[in-house]
Design a protein around this ligand. Structure first.
Ligand SMILES: Nc1ncnc2c1ncn2[C@@H]1O[C@H](COP(=O)(O)OP(=O)(O)OP(=O)(O)O)[C@@H](O)[C@H]1O
Length: 585
């Protein structure tokens, strides 16, 4: 049983909807009493009729009618109140998870499969989770009902005590089946996510273009079909197994029920019990099946609701654990950023090994290396998206992990090669680079080139971009890149400015202009805050301008120095530089 999840869910319901939740907690035990009272009432009516005892008939009728009416009204009230509680509390939980997802300081969870599976589950977190979880009250009700039924049956004959016991295999099998369905659902989540992703690839203009040109749409569709077939096979096998187990459980109980009826009939014939007892046993026995069905459904739903609550708690703990320290970053860098013995892996083989590097305050540093050598990974560590597996990363001597992540992020600006194409208004797509200053995008738009893009849009900066949030204007790759670059200029006084190959989609003239403006901005940042500019590039015309050049290979630093020093060294940098320079000769 997932007691932590249960406590969390009921705790949230009591906090946000105390009145309604208490009403549900009170109505639950009452709901367990009514079926027994109905059966007793019916027994008294029959016995009264057979003995001609009017008060017994009237008492039985009142008892059965009151219990029946209460059962009817009570179940309706429970249904409505559960819906209202689930809606309110589910909305609160959904809002909270959205906020946690959006503000998690690290992004490591978005790059590993198990976490992505959980995030996928969390996507559906809301009213349904709570209403599923609240089925635990139905489980409790059915349990109580089972106790009352046992007592009533034992009054007829002690052997009948065993009747509910024959329900135990069915309950145990129900638990097995719900676990089996849960496992099947978990096993298919990743396939489902991958299939959705492939569908997006096939249907999104950008990726569809490449798939069409490579005539590889069929290939992607083939993978999606395989995933769908595997998913269907897993769910199909689980459904068959669950069906078979449920049938076995039901047959065991039906056989026992028939035996109970025959025994009671014999007792009635011998005069040991009244004939009405036969009706009591038949009514309660008949209810056992229905109640077991309810119990089975309630157990399955509770398990699903609590599994989802488990994912919610995972996200809460992840958020709490990764929220970084409390120290404010320095106003200006005096020493710089230092990495000592830093190792990093994405869960597999090491991607960065034994990195010892000092990025001096005010310097422009270039990272050079083959594809996959670890440049972007190093950038991600510096931005605080991931934490080193070993070693330390300090900012003016303070470990990055001890700085308030959000405050550090506010002092970092970045433009990445795989920049986002935000489907906002054009000025917003720039302004989100520093939300509090969204009304002052003018300078950033000029420096990054977005101003030229705005000039060609039908409604300038007020034009919606892309199609995701409405019928916006689609931009060219270079235009999107200018928007992304301008976004990176939004931060007024960064301590770290990262340019991770952000100009790949620009032509040579535009790239030259951008780097000129960056160099100018970098000088301002250096003077104002001792800010470090980090360039990741494969273009040596850009790289050679840096104060310090770091060459990475297989996750290790193999060379480090100025352009002149590295050329004089005659190593990997000199070789790569020569190769590129000769291409222009
Ligand atoms: N999310 C991830 N999960 C697992 N491995 C990853 C992930 N991202 C990168 N890697 C691996 O880490 C290594 C370094 O990748 P990284 O992106 O840092 O290289 P890079 O030097 O920036 O390459 P490029 O010049 O192509 O951008 C590669 O082997 C890559 O396969």
């Amino acid at each position: 049983m997932r007691f932590t999840e249960l406590r969390t869910l009921l705790g949230e319901c009591l906090r946000h909807q105390p009145g309604r939740t208490w009403l549900l907690l009170v109505l639950t035990p009452l709901g367990a009493v009514t079926p027994g009272l109905t059966a007793l009432g019916l027994q008294w009516i029959v016995d009264g009729v057979l003995t001609g005892d009017r008060p017994t008939i009237v008492g039985g009728a009142i008892c059965a009618a009151t219990a029946g009416a209460f059962a009817l009204a009570g179940s309706r009230v429970v249904q409505v109140q559960t819906g209202l509680v689930a809606n309110e509390v589910g909305t609160v939980l959904g809002r909270r998870t959205m906020r946690w997802c959006a503000t998690l300081p690290t992004t490591a969870h978005l790059e590993d499969t198990e976490s992505l599976r959980r995030i996928e589950q969390i996507r559906g977190l809301g009213p349904r989770t709570v209403s599923f979880g609240l089925n635990c009250l139905s489980v409790a009700q059915s349990g109580l009902w089972l106790v009352i039924t046992t007592v009533l049956l034992a009054r007829v004959h002690p052997v009948l005590l065993a009747l509910p016991l024959f329900a135990v295999p069915s309950i145990l099998l129900t638990r097995t089946t719900s676990r089996r369905m849960e496992a099947a659902s978990a096993a298919t989540t990743e396939r489902n996510r991958a299939e959705q992703h492939l569908f997006t690839l096939i249907t999104e203009a950008n990726s569809a273009k490449e798939l069409r040109l490579g005539a590889s749409g069929g290939y992607a569709a083939g993978i999606a079909r395989r995933l769908r077939d595997e998913r269907a096979a897993i769910l199909g096998r689980a459904t068959l197994a669950v069906g078979a187990l449920t049938l076995i459980g039901s047959l065991v109980f039906v056989a026992a029920f028939l035996g109970a009826l025959l025994l009671t009939a014999r007792l009635a014939l011998s005069g040991t019990v009244t004939p009405g007892a036969l009706l009591l046993v038949a009514t309660l026995g008949g209810q056992i099946r229905g109640q077991l069905d309810l119990l089975s459904q309630a157990l399955t739903r509770t398990a699903r609701g609590l599994t989802m609550t488990g994912d919610y708690l995972w996200l809460r703990d992840l958020h709490a654990a990764s929220s970084g320290g409390t120290l404010a970053p320095p106003d200006r860098l005096s020493d710089g950023i230092t990495l000592t013995g830093v190792d990093f892996s994405y869960g597999g083989p090491p991607v960065l090994r034994a990195i010892d590097l000092h990025l001096p305050a005010g310097a422009t540093v270039a990272l050079v290396g083959d594809h996959g050598s670890g440049k972007t990974t190093l950038v991600k560590l510096l931005c605080g998206f991931h934490r080193p597996v070993a070693g330390t990363l300090t900012v003016d001597g303070t470990p990055l992990g001890e700085l308030d992540s959000e405050a550090w992020r506010e002092r970092v600006t970045s433009a990445f090669q795989d920049f986002s194409r935000f489907p906002f208004l054009a000025r917003e797509a720039v302004g989100v680079g520093d939300l509090p200053r969204i009304d002052q995008i003018g300078e950033a738009a000029e420096k990054g080139g977005a101003a030229q893009v705005f000039a060609r849009l039908p409604e300038g900066g007020e034009t919606r971009l892309g199609k995701a949030l409405g019928d916006g204007v689609e931009l060219s790759g270079g235009q999107w890149q200018k928007i992304a670059l301008s976004r990176a200029f939004m931060r007024g006084t960064p301590l770290l400015a990262v340019l991770d190959e952000p100009t790949a989609a620009l032509d040579a003239a535009a790239e030259y202009e951008v780097y000129q403006r960056y160099a100018q901005a970098a000088r301002q940042w250096q003077e104002a805050t001792g800010g470090i500019t980090l360039l990741v590039s494969h273009r040596f015309a850009t790289i050679r301008m840096a104060d310090l050049i770091v060459v990475l290979d297989g996750g290790r630093i193999i060379e480090c120095g100025t352009h002149a020093e590295l050329v004089a060294l005659g190593g990997r940098y000199a070789h790569l530089y020569d190769l590129q320079a000769s291409a222009y000769r």
